[in-house]
Write a protein that binds this ligand. Sequence first.
Ligand SMILES: [Zn+2]
Ligand SMILES: [Zn+2]
Length: 526
Amino acid sequence: MADTCRIVALGGLGEVGKNMTVYECDGAIVVVDAGLAFPRDEHLGVDLVLPDFSYLRERASSIRAVILTHGHEDHVGSLPYLMREVPIPEVWATRLTLGLVKSKLDEQFVRMAHSIPDSAAVVLETPAGRIVHTGDYKLDHTPVDGLKTDVGKLAELGNQGVDLLLGDSTNAERPGFTQSERIVGEAFRQIFPLREGRILVASFASNVHRMQQAVDVAVDLGRKVCIVGRSMRKNTNIARNLGYMEVPEGVLVRPPELDEILPHEQLILCTGSQGEPLSALTRIAYNDHPAIHVERGDTVIISAKPVPGNELRVHDTINQLAKTGAEVLHQEIAPVHVSGHACAEELRTLLSLVRPKAVMPIHGEFRMLAAHGQLARESGVPAANIVLAENGTVVELSREGVRVVGEVETGVTFVDGLGVGDVHDVALRDRRRLSEDGVLIVVATVAGSDDGTAGPTELIARGFGDGSGELLEELREEADRVLQDLLHNDIVEIKLLQEHLHDELGQLVYDRTHRRPMILPVVVGV
Ligand SMILES: [Zn+2]
Ligand SMILES: [Zn+2]
């Protein structure tokens, strides 16, 4: 076991989201990133999705640190939940010393350009060899803050020898290069001066450079800036305090002050680029925002790409905004968004700089990982040294190379409101059934004595049937028949009555409609 390093992804493989990779050498564990995922359609009503921490819980005493590559939720979002469950001695995201390595921290983080400032790749010196974990990146040559991906450092690492590269695969299927963030600023500079109404820009609250570029153009044109949405206000404050964002005095105004300002003197930055139901932009689109309205002559720029699964909600928002008469610009019709992730040519460049002996693609659905693997192969990494792993695959790096040595169980933990991990499959199944097949509620009263008689049965149906009432009438008759039969046979136990109603009405509904609504029989004894 000496001189080996085990690598287990607890999230981030086979998906874009909840990135978390465990590195385990000589009984010491370092975790790179602790992210969360946002629920997909099948996770009805769930707020957040976390990695399953069991693997770490079982090895809690071995954990030395969690290292964070950058501040996106899919990399840091589950940290508070993890720290509640497992003692984490240290979190390294800034200038601290890496316990496994004997050199200074800034030699262990490599600066990478991404859609949030201060992103980094992590270099792990392990007994089994040198590992580079890129985090999310692109090779932006003209980043807004001037801080480019440190290709010099990457090349230097390549010269020293890199045994294993774990690299961002998100855009591996897309040919060419990802455009510079500055393209979006140039688009703002083209668009803003031609507009005579309000301008709204919706983006991710963490995209500090995007907001900065919009603010810069607005300031030049004499527009005031109003920031709307809790997360965006919070992030702007943090970014300004830390010096990552600059807004001149007197430019920012609060939403109620907009009444006093002419539309062509306003820039509104807001959340809701994903069509989130309670976000500022959605409320504005449905004319349900207390301070902000849009109308003909206004321009709304959606400066983000819908995360897979959110497309329909974003399209709804765009349609709704268009109905107000406002002009809506989005990434499909104007260059108002660029990705934060490297495309194929950049991945090739990184591979040729780092010249890793082995490659393990991370951060992406399996097809993206496979495309990244193919690029590695084309750049000369032998097929046997390319590991396409899934969440839970145990990968071992040793002086002999890299190989899969096993598998551990991984899953997900759901966060629903204030509860963590208490939404079970049953609840999800119920929610799915409610959304797809509807619900039938049957309320019956029976006289509680042995000579039980039933009162009139009431039925409430939602989400199935043809609306004619015929099926409901048939179900009511069937319910009465079932109850009479049971009572005749001296079956008066409420639980049994409910079970029979459930099964027999369920069968009838299925025969008539081929649907399986949730059936809730409520039998009351009087
Ligand atoms: Zn990211
Ligand atoms: Zn990410």
